[in-house]
Ligand binder design. Structure first.
Ligand SMILES: Cc1cc2nc3c(=O)[nH]c(=O)nc-3n(C[C@H](O)[C@H](O)[C@H](O)COP(=O)(O)OP(=O)(O)OC[C@H]3O[C@@H](n4cnc5c(N)ncnc54)[C@H](O)[C@@H]3O)c2cc1C
Length: 395
């Protein structure tokens, strides 16, 4: 699977994570799903093996091993447990604003704790009334001397209640639209901050998703990330780099379901032969494997673009394409995997129904796939491919 293009170091770390995932996380996956409990033991495992460090630069306490390897690791973990894969993707998501726009002082204060996994992070952009239309947010931040006072609420926030540091977007100029938004680092023990509730949900049951309340929440002015008014642009730059993490989670789920369905199809016998030898089932398996490999091509490409320092429209488009394709593939493939297992596929005794429930969220969060299509189309319309002169004008 695309091995030829990986360095020896990337393969070695992938093998290590694959072993940990199979030996330590896979046996826990069904229980994590059933209990709906956040898996602190998996966090501890990631801490022990320095896996959080893969998402950070060396100067910040990380390994500096690059974005592509980080994606491969999320993919490996998500093959066996999507909730555990999300722990890594969410750590990157919650830390990226600080990495991209934080001051040296802010970075030194927080990044080593995030790189070691001592602290977990969260990214709080969405609100009850503003998900896709994030600029319509109502949470406000008003400057009072050396502090900002934040009022409002955030909804559907991954890692709510387990994160120690929240990157929160709020309006510092409520009438200025996109340009009125700023970003803040809010520690979980800040006065006026609370997690109001955690939400039960369809899948990724081991991940917390919750509502945050800011009631006169005071944070030091030194916790503002970037300039006042730069928050929306920063939020979008973060998503360009974090969406591939969700694509990697989706691809891991898809490949995990493909691998499981393949093994099952080799041993389940109907009409005198293994179902894998019935052409209709074999064709499904061939399509599943091919879709995974095609999605992997887009995902690894975006990892390489980030590692090559590519930014701006090319990254925005490539990142949205990877998230769109990997998540659609995950939903299609997990549905087919349930079909290949027949009645057993529908039962909780087998993992594919969990994979199907886990896959759905990847088409929704960090921008729905409708929004990814809008993003891709917007970038496409800006491109000049020099073909204009070859297209005759319509009357
Ligand atoms: C489990 C979970 C975890 C999450 N984690 C986080 C997190 O950590 N941090 C965070 O900030 N947010 C998080 N979210 C929020 C998530 O990003 C939003 O739910 C998502 O962006 C969609 O927003 P919405 O729910 O308000 O749907 P809406 O924006 O109301 O969209 C509803 C439907 O309309 C479609 N739609 C909306 N606008 C358009 C348009 N212009 N053109 C075409 N179709 C459109 C959408 O695609 C969707 O199908 C999480 C959500 C969930 C469910």
């Amino acid at each position: 699977m695309s091995d030829d293009f990986l360095t020896a170091e990337q393969r070695e770390i992938r093998e290590l994570v694959r072993t940990i995932a199979h030996e330590r996380i896979a046996p826990r996956a069904a229980e994590i799903d059933r209990s709906h409990e956040f898996p602190w033991d998996v966090v501890e495992l990631f801490r022990e093996h320095g896996i959080f460090g893969l998402y950070f630069a060396e100067r910040d306490g990380g390994t500096g091993t690059g974005a592509l390897l980080g994606l491969i690791v999320i993919e490996e973990v998500s093959k066996v447990c999507a909730s555990s894969g999300l722990i890594l993707a969410a750590q990157a998501l919650g830390s990226l604003a600080l990495e991209l726009a934080g001051t040296e002082e802010q970075k030194q204060r927080f990044l080593p704790r995030l790189a070691s996994g001592e602290w977990l992070a969260a990214y709080a952009l969405s609100e009850a009334g503003s998900g896709s239309d994030s600029a319509a947010m109502r949470t406000s931040a008003r400057r009072e001397g050396d502090t900002y006072v934040i009022d409002g609420g955030k909804r559907f926030i991954t890692n709510a209640g387990v994160a120690r540091l929240y990157t929160v977007f709020a309006k510092t100029a409520p009438d200025a639209g996109h340009s009125g938004i700023s970003a803040f680092l809010v520690e979980s023990d800040s006065p006026g901050f609370a997690v109001a509730r955690l939400e039960p949900k369809l899948g990724i049951a081991g991940s917390t998703t919750g509502e945050l309340v800011f009631d006169g929440c005071r944070v030091p002015a030194a916790n503002r990330v970037g300039e006042e008014g730069d928050g929306f642009r920063l939020a979008m730059r973060v998503l360009d780099r974090s969406r591939p993490g969700i694509a990697a989670q989706a691809l891991g789920i898809a490949q995990g379901a493909t691998d499981y369905a393949l093994e099952y199809a080799k041993t389940r016998v109907t009409m005198g032969k293994p179902i894998a030898e019935h052409q209709l089932v074999a064709a499904k398996l061939a399509d599943m494997e091919t879709s995974c490999e095609a999605a992997r091509g887009l995902l690894y490409r975006v990892g390489r673009l980030v590692d090559a320092g590519v930014d701006g429209p090319e990254l925005t488009k490539a990142s949205a394409q990877a998230k769109l394709v990997c998540s659609d593939v995950a939903m299609e493939i997990t549905t087919e995997a349930v079909q290949i297992l027949g009645g057993y596929g529908y039962m909780q005794e087998y993992p594919v129904e969990r994979m199907m429930r886990d896959a759905k969220i990847t088409q929704i969060y960090e921008g729905t796939n409708e929004i990814q299509r809008l993003v891709i189309a917007r970038e496409l319309l800006k491109e000049d491919r020099g073909s204009g002169s070859r297209v005759p004008r319509t009357p």
